[in-house]
Design a protein around this ligand. Structure first.
Ligand code: SF4
Length: 241
């Protein structure tokens, strides 16, 4: 295992992460994933996927590098049936060997969201108990994680690096540099199945109460938390230790 992975809080480790980010700045997504495997080892690396409308592309690139890299999927209890079905479709289509569906703790749900209306009264708290905390638990065994954020998505994602520190572990963003056109090319080239809701106007799919269709010309993520200032669920903006 590379020395920069597990405890990334020292100044020398910070320098190493910056070096790694610099070295991978122009690398292809497959090269970034291969570098992540080389840095921490497959058993210590996880890909976090929502199995949303663009997820098939990163999962395809990962499967070409190594289909046994663990994939963490947050089943929040509010997902569309279509997303759960799509997860199973992609597992079969791509030969994914280790997809782990993670659920929120039942006792936390009973205590903090007994009526299932927290998404309305306090969506940040809802995302914390249904996404951020379960992900923090799921990532405990890992030293690094992969995710599918792109700079072209804008807002907090507009200037993400390829490699960064996220609390106690490394975070690799293999798609930081890719364009929407390149994603589409991966879909077409690999004949990837589409999310079942994409055809009916959902350009970005999350939890049912917080997802709406996007109108012509709107940003792809405009349908998420519509009418609120919220643009991120917190798994990328809160440090996960
Ligand atoms: S996206 Fe909505 S329903 Fe899902 S965890 Fe966040 S607030 Fe709750």
């Amino acid at each position: 295992m590379n020395a920069i992975a597990p405890q990334v809080s020292s100044i020398s480790a910070l320098a190493s992460v910056e070096e790694l980010d610099r070295a991978l700045r122009d690398a292809s997504p497959a090269e970034v994933i291969a570098a992540a495997v080389k840095t921490v080892g497959r058993e210590k690396l996880a890909l976090v996927s929502s199995f949303g409308t663009e997820s098939a592309t990163l999962l395809k690139v990962m499967a070409d590098v190594d289909p046994a890299i663990p994939v963490v999927f947050l089943d929040t209890g509010w997902l569309f049936e279509e997303t759960l079905a799509y997860r199973d479709t992609l597992i079969a289509a791509l030969g994914l060997k280790d997809v782990r569906s993670i659920k929120p703790a039942e006792e936390t749900l009973s205590r903090e969201d007994p009526d299932r209306d927290l998404w309305f009264s306090d969506p940040d708290a809802c995302c914390r108990i249904r996404k951020v905390e379960p992900l923090a638990r799921a990532l405990q065994p890992f030293d690094a994680w992969l995710n599918g954020r792109k700079r072209f998505q804008g807002n907090a994602r507009a200037d993400i690096p390829v490699v960064e520190i996220d609390g106690a572990r490394l975070k690799f963003n293999p798609f930081a540099n890719v364009s929407r056109e390149e994603l589409e090319a991966i879909f077409v080239r690999a004949k990837l199945p589409r999310h079942p809701l994409a055809a009916s106007g959902f350009l970005s799919v999350g939890c049912m109460p917080c997802t709406s269709r996007t109108a012509e010309g709107e940003d792809a993520r405009a349908g998420r938390w519509r009418g609120r200032s919220k643009t991120e669920c917190g798994i990328h903006t809160m440090k996960i230790s």
